[in-house]
Design a protein around this ligand. Structure first.
Ligand code: SF4
Ligand code: SF4
Length: 97
């Protein structure tokens, strides 16, 4: 399942999508410790499987929160430098901006 967390405002679309189909087989959840802001947590999804999720408290301020990892750059540049994206070997985490 693809879970989308975030919002749209006048300046753009700020969503993190997580392909949670990989999370049940993921033993160490490296995305959790990789994020310097503590954005992620593990939950049990609707299918009773462990899944990575964006904490409620961050869902409406992702542009602000992630700005520490996202210096000014062109949107065409690779997002792979982001700690959360790098940490997940399954490439389950994507950002829209
Ligand atoms: S590292 Fe990837 S597969 Fe593992 S819990 Fe995080 S998002 Fe899911
Ligand atoms: S971009 Fe940085 S602050 Fe935002 S979720 Fe990824 S690791 Fe966390």
């Amino acid at each position: 399942m693809i879970a989308n967390y975030g919002y749209t405002d006048g300046s753009g679309e700020y969503y993190i999508s997580i392909n949670t189909s990989f999370c049940a087989e993921c033993q160490t959840h490296p995305c959790i410790s990789a994020c310097p802001q503590g954005v992620f947590e593990m939950i049990t999804d609707d299918y009773d499987e462990p899944a990575c999720s964006v904490k409620d408290s961050f869902r409406k301020k992702l542009n602000y929160t992630c700005s520490t990892c996202k210096p000014a750059r062109k949107s065409s540049e690779s997002p792979l430098f982001l700690p959360c994206v790098q940490a997940c070997v399954n490439r389950a985490i994507k950002h829209t901006w």
